[in-house]
Design a protein around this ligand. Structure first.
Ligand SMILES: [Zn+2]
Ligand SMILES: [Zn+2]
Ligand SMILES: [Zn+2]
Ligand SMILES: [Zn+2]
Length: 301
């Protein structure tokens, strides 16, 4: 079985010279004549197949546009979809409304099982060559090089240097604050952040020059707001469980006398903020925000 997969891969990958092309796929899979300089100084004509190209459309689910993973289904007219999409379409092909979800497309599954491809985030530094059927999981869930979409409303930044970007583009607007070391000469002190009630979050830039925390100000609770802190970058590495144990503390003061505080034993690592609801948060009631509509949060990380 191992051997057959290896052969399939070779056959799909290249003829004469095995090489993974990164050229645009204007000649999808077709042999291509190309001249190459050889050591002897003369040129040699070689024939290559462009299989590993940027244009992988034909190997992706037509519905969700993600690379096929373990199972590929077809309707009786040959339209293909991944397992998740069969369920989300209620097992009705969205192209022809025939039933879909019973017939597996095993020939294509076999071909893809023998293929590998470089991670699509190679331009951001990922050097992984992943089994094709595992690219969805890698690129959607585990790749540490997925670019960030800046979470600030209206910002179009998409890249891996989120820390530098927030520092350059959002710190002056008061949407981000540099977090100083919480201990100085043995004394614990917090970084003070002024938080507007309507702001969904405030970025906290760690003094290590690479870590971005987000002070989340959730509107998902009645008669108040939910405050919590998550880490956005750096991305989780292989030993990242330890990072989830980063403790933090916050003390909130408003117009009223007194304060509210939370000591949390761990911090979640998030790739994106959308849809996230914290399990543990500090409830800050509407009255606490007062007429100014803002509070001061002292953060200890
Ligand atoms: Zn799909
Ligand atoms: Zn169909
Ligand atoms: Zn990757
Ligand atoms: Zn931005």
């Amino acid at each position: 079985m191992q051997k057959r997969s290896a052969n399939a891969n070779k056959g799909m990958g290249a003829s004469k010279k095995a090489r993974a092309s990164t050229k645009p796929a204007d000649t999808k899979g077709a042999p291509e004549k190309e001249t190459q300089d050889t050591e002897g100084g003369h040129t040699e004509e070689v024939e290559t197949f462009n299989v590993f190209t940027h244009d992988m459309d034909t190997l992706e689910c037509d519905i969700c546009t993600l690379p096929f993973d373990s199972q590929i289904y077809t309707c009786k007219n040959g339209h293909a979809a991944c397992g998740n999409c069969c369920i989300s379409m209620n097992r009705r092909c969205s192209f022809c409304t025939e039933t879909i979800g019973d017939i597996r497309c095993r020939a294509m599954e076999k071909i893809l099982a023998g293929m590998t491809r470089p991670c699509k985030y190679s331009k951001y530094g990922c050097t992984k060559v992943v089994k094709f059927m595992e690219t969805r999981k890698h690129e959607e869930e585990t790749c540490p090089y997925v670019p960030y979409s800046c979470p600030f409303n209206g910002c179009t930044y998409n890249g891996v240097q989120l820390y530098d970007h927030i520092l350059d583009d959002h710190e002056q607007d008061g949407q981000a604050t540099n977090v100083e070391a919480s201990y100085y000469m043995g004394t614990l002190f917090g970084t003070r952040v002024t938080l507007q009630k309507g702001a969904p979050f405030h970025a906290l830039l760690h003094h290590d020059g690479k870590t971005v925390f987000m002070l989340l100000n959730g509107g998902d609770v009645l008669k108040g707001r939910s405050l919590s802190i998550v880490r956005m970058c750096p991305r989780p590495g292989p030993d990242e469980e330890a990072a989830e144990k980063v403790e933090y503390e916050m003390v909130v003061r408003g117009d009223q006398p007194g304060s509210l505080s939370l000591k949390a034993p761990g911090m979640r690592l998030l790739r994106r903020l959308e849809g996230y609801l914290p399990e543990r948060f500090l409830f800050v009631p509407d009255a606490f925000w007062g007429s100014s509509g803002r509070v001061t949060v002292a953060v200890y990380i």
